[in-house]
Design a protein. Structure first.
Length: 405
């Protein structure tokens, strides 16, 4: 670990150059106190990203985790990275980087508070209270200024994070994701089964989903699922083959290494559910979701769609593996929400509804900060209009279904 001799509001500031050097119990205990903690902010996940070679300086992610100490108590902390590019973030600032380059200025390295490769909303500024969170936000900006960095970006934070960032002078940017809720829209209750879920949809959406599922079944595809330690080493190996092939088919090397998933199988098995598609007993595709192992008291459990891949081409297999199987599993296991990941307006046809997510940004250069602020105001108005338009296209029915449709 490395420390710097500085105090913020009587709190000692420390920078840590490897998440593996953090005390896991201390970090996880602070995470558990937050609104909207996610499995991806657990020490085990962040340490595995680093230890597996997935998020390391060689791949453009240089860790500088920031901690604020009140004596022996960890008052606030966040994952902080120096980035040499903007890959793996899902909040796109390529145009900002290009504008800097056109004016002969360096945009990289920049500072990023985020979970690498993980566009999952949730707590980012871990803190014991609002005052400590505010101190952390200010300390981040001060440190970035002292280091001569172009900018600071906090991605997919929660409301508490953004309140602290706004108070510190950071700009807010909005995006749209698509999440499924286990709640009947007309009767305010959880769905009792997949057919009950289908009955809540408009006729054309019901028919399309039934047709897609029928195509997969007619092709002879059957699914099985496994959770936690029931996911075998062979299952994990097969999943990675599928995951890697899908990336390569799109002309990219996968962000995550096999060692990351091996670490997950060892240190966080209870957070993973694997769906395997088989044809005549031979696996042909797989999708992986993450789940809250135990939701905090008073909060709803959440599942997170993460990765998928296939070794065979089957019509509608992607929809079955990535949406219908996870939704059916969530209904059966009382999961309140299924988050479908970044982007994807097509997800609305599967009843994943649009939600607004947010990021926060600080730019050191005053003229560029002014230009970006004006851009974000225009973009924010467009996002609001877009959300309103999407909600008008709700896939849920507005009248009783026709029997037998």
């Amino acid at each position: 670990m490395s420390s710097i001799d500085k105090h913020v509001n009587r709190l000692r500031l420390q920078l840590v150059e490897s998440p593996a050097a953090l005390d896991a119990a201390t970090w996880n205990a602070l995470l558990a106190r937050q609104a909207e903690p996610t499995p991806f902010m657990r020490h085990e996940y962040l340490a595995a990203l680093h230890g597996s070679g997935s998020a390391v300086p060689d791949t453009g992610w240089t860790p500088r985790f920031m901690l604020l100490w009140d004596g022996a108590e960890l008052a606030a902390a966040c994952p902080l990275y120096l980035k040499s590019h903007s890959y793996g973030e899902y909040v796109f600032d390529w145009a900002w980087a290009n504008a800097y380059a056109e004016h002969g200025l360096h945009y990289y390295p920049k500072a990023l508070v985020a979970v690498p490769f993980t566009p999952v909303p949730g707590a980012r500024l871990l803190a014991r209270d609002a005052a400590a969170r505010a101190a952390l936000a200010r300390a981040l900006i001060d440190w970035c200024g002292e280091q001569g960095l172009s900018s600071l970006h906090l991605l997919f934070g929660n409301a508490d994070d953004h309140a602290a960032c706004a108070a510190a002078g950071m700009m807010t940017r909005h995006q749209v994701q698509f999440h499924w809720g286990n709640r009947h829209p007309a009767e305010d209750r959880a769905f009792t089964g997949f057919d009950d879920f289908l009955a809540s949809l408009a006729q054309d959406k019901r028919k399309k989903i039934r047709q897609e599922r029928r195509k997969v079944a007619t092709a002879g595809i059957r699914f099985r699922w496994a959770r936690g330690t029931d996911i075998t080493p062979a299952d994990w190996a097969f999943f990675y083959r599928c995951y890697r092939r899908t990336y390569l088919e799109h002309g990219n090397a996968p962000y995550l290494t096999p060692a990351l998933f091996s670490a997950m199988a060892r240190s966080m098995p209870e957070h993973w559910v694997l769906f395997v598609a088989e044809h005549e007993g031979t696996p042909v595709a797989a999708s992986l979701i993450a789940v809250d192992a135990a939701a905090p008291a008073g909060s709803a459990s959440v599942a997170y769609g993460r990765y998928w891949g296939a070794l065979a081409r089957v019509d509608s297999l992607h929809f079955e593996a990535c949406y219908y199987q996870p939704i059916e599993w969530c209904i059966a296991h009382g999961i309140a929400r299924f988050e479908g990941g970044a982007q994807g307006e097509h997800k609305m046809a599967r009843a994943l509804m649009p939600v607004k997510t947010s990021s926060a940004h600080w730019l050191a250069h005053p003229a560029f900060a002014d230009a970006v602020e004006r851009f974000l105001q225009r973009e924010g108005a467009g996002v609001s209009d877009y959300l309103e338009h999407l909600h008008e296209r709700s896939p849920f029915r507005r009248a009783p279904p026709v029997p037998g449709d």
